[in-house]
Design a binder for this molecule. Sequence first.
Ligand SMILES: CC(C)(COP(=O)(O)OP(=O)(O)OC[C@H]1O[C@@H](n2cnc3c(N)ncnc32)[C@H](O)[C@@H]1OP(=O)(O)O)[C@@H](O)C(=O)NCCC(=O)NCCS
Length: 181
Amino acid sequence: MNRAESIATIEDYEAVAWDLSHLIPNNNEDVITEFGVGATAFTGEVDYVVDNLKKVAAWCKSGERQQYIGFAGEDAVGMARLAVYGKNNVSDPAVAEVVDVGTPNFGVYVCNPYRGKGVGRVLAQACRRAIDLEFDGQAWTAVDDENTASQRTVERMGFRIKQIIGSTLVYTYNAPDADYL
Ligand SMILES: CC(C)(COP(=O)(O)OP(=O)(O)OC[C@H]1O[C@@H](n2cnc3c(N)ncnc32)[C@H](O)[C@@H]1OP(=O)(O)O)[C@@H](O)C(=O)NCCC(=O)NCCS
């Protein structure tokens, strides 16, 4: 069964660290590209990954950051994150001009070979609940125009395209207007 669990309430960090550190480097180059240090922090020696998981858990705070681990059965196979970055930390300045940087950025990944089995959907649902309950019902994300799985995932959550910048679709979520697919 698929489930999403807050990184702050994980009981066995070693097991999560072992799974992610073995999965991410194996045929998941797009995760490294999209998430950079957010993904490499979960690769390498298990002890190093456990430390990083615990650091991230300590950062989780209502209205500022929430992060979830996606499980397929007992296996940790993905991650989703809501984080308020502030203007200077949004990597693309053109995107920072379009979105409200006081609202959280949403990001999600599921590692191969576990994609296409509904884990992304349960992670997205956990984040949507958190957006509504803890982040005033507002969020944003940016998706490449060729990334159809991600587009489908965020559109199902109720995100809608606000602007297209080159090949980047900039999406915002506004709870009162969100219609879920
Ligand atoms: C985007 C991603 C998280 C989706 O996770 P997933 O577990 O594979 O997706 P799910 O099986 O839960 O499917 C979610 C939705 O996307 C659709 N979908 C999944 N793979 C798809 C694909 N290759 N093409 C089109 N739609 C796809 C599913 O049909 C589902 O829609 P539905 O609920 O209407 O049926 C995953 O593909 C991924 O990690 N991609 C690389 C990282 C990335 O680009 N992240 C986005 C940055 S925000």
